[in-house]
Design a protein around this ligand. Structure first.
Ligand code: ATP
Ligand code: ZN
Length: 284
């Protein structure tokens, strides 16, 4: 029994999808330039597709699971479950107005022409805010629509905002924060659920590892108590005696988020020779 995974063939999600599988120890055998590939060391078969088609393929059972942006999942509204947030492909679906205009709230949209590739999500937003506007669906280069007189406003994906800026537009209001997610069909065979659990366990340990650093430091024994109190660690830190009498080496794991703060406190508490090492996998 194999699990069939659909990922983007090429584009913004492709490289991160492949990298995540690699970091999860999954080797993709016969290259990624085809429509399909098989993992050589995990019961996974890969399909390379346009991102827009992935929810449909998963609903139909051509693929069992997929990596795709939430923006696409919610726009397509297929019968699929969002099983896991993958943490890459982060972007926002936002309204953008001409740079000399001021977005004053949902009513600003009333009666306007909105160009977007996301008519379903935009209509949802309009309905929720009880506003009527004219949606023009276009499939690409939405940002040029106001400049050529096709629309007053656009609703499009933004990450840095530089594309908007280059087209004389500015971001006005976000209607969805998006990232790549793992979607699945509701009804997988029990053996496939087991494979999916194994895959998610691996992905989770890769993600956890990225959020943490392994720290080694030297400390005089009379400062150990203070230093240990600063270190969270997975259980408690490892203490090893150094060859120099009265000194120990302390090993621990620190979260990326409060990393610098803890390092500064450690130095003040008398820690020396601090080494910080990336963690490849983290299994708790
Ligand atoms: P395909 O040929 O597969 O249809 P595409 O042109 O629709 O590709 P990409 O531009 O590669 O798609 O974007 C794929 C996904 O990457 C988007 O649906 C979104 O989830 C995510 N993404 C992240 N940042 C951005 C961004 N700044 N602009 C557009 N998409 C982004
Ligand atoms: Zn697409």
């Amino acid at each position: 029994m194999r699990l069939k995974l659909a990922i983007q063939k090429s584009g913004r999600l492709h490289d991160d999808s492949i990298a995540l599988l690699k970091e999860s120890g999954i080797d993709i055998g016969n290259g990624v330039n085809k429509l399909k590939a098989e993992a050589t060391n995990f019961p996974l078969e890969l399909f390379f597709l346009r991102d827009d088609d992935i929810p449909q393929y998963v609903e139909d059972g051509v693929a069992d699971i997929g990596f795709v942006g939430e923006n696409v999942v919610y726009e397509k509204a297929k019968k699929v479950e969002v099983a896991y947030a993958l943490g890459f492909g982060k972007c926002r679906l936002s309204f953008a107005v001409k740079k000399n205009e001021t977005f004053t709230g949902p009513n600003f949209l009333a009666g306007k022409k909105i160009a977007t590739s996301y008519p379903v999500l935009v209509q949802d937003y309009l309905d929720k805010n009880k506003v009527q506007a004219d949606i023009h669906e276009i499939s690409g280069s939405v940002e040029i629509a106001p400049g050529i007189g096709l629309a007053d406003i656009i609703c499009d994906l933004v990450s840095s905002g530089s594309t908007l800026f280059m087209n004389g537009l500015k971001e006005a209001e976000t209607i969805l924060d998006s990232q790549a997610v793992l979607i699945k069909r509701g009804s997988l065979a029990p053996a496939q659920e087991v494979i999916l659990e194994k895959l998610l366990f691996r992905i989770e340990s890769v993600k956890k590892a990225k959020r943490n650093k392994y720290v080694l430091l030297n400390a005089p024994n009379d400062r150990l108590e203070k230093i240990i109190s600063l270190l969270p660690g997975m259980k408690s830190p490892t203490i090893v005696a150094l060859a120099t009498p009265g000194w120990s080496s302390v090993h621990s794991v620190i979260a990326e988020t409060d990393f610098w703060e803890i390092i500064e406190k450690l130095k003040m508490a008398g820690a020396e020779g601090i080494l910080v090492v990336p963690i490849e996998k983290m299994i708790l």
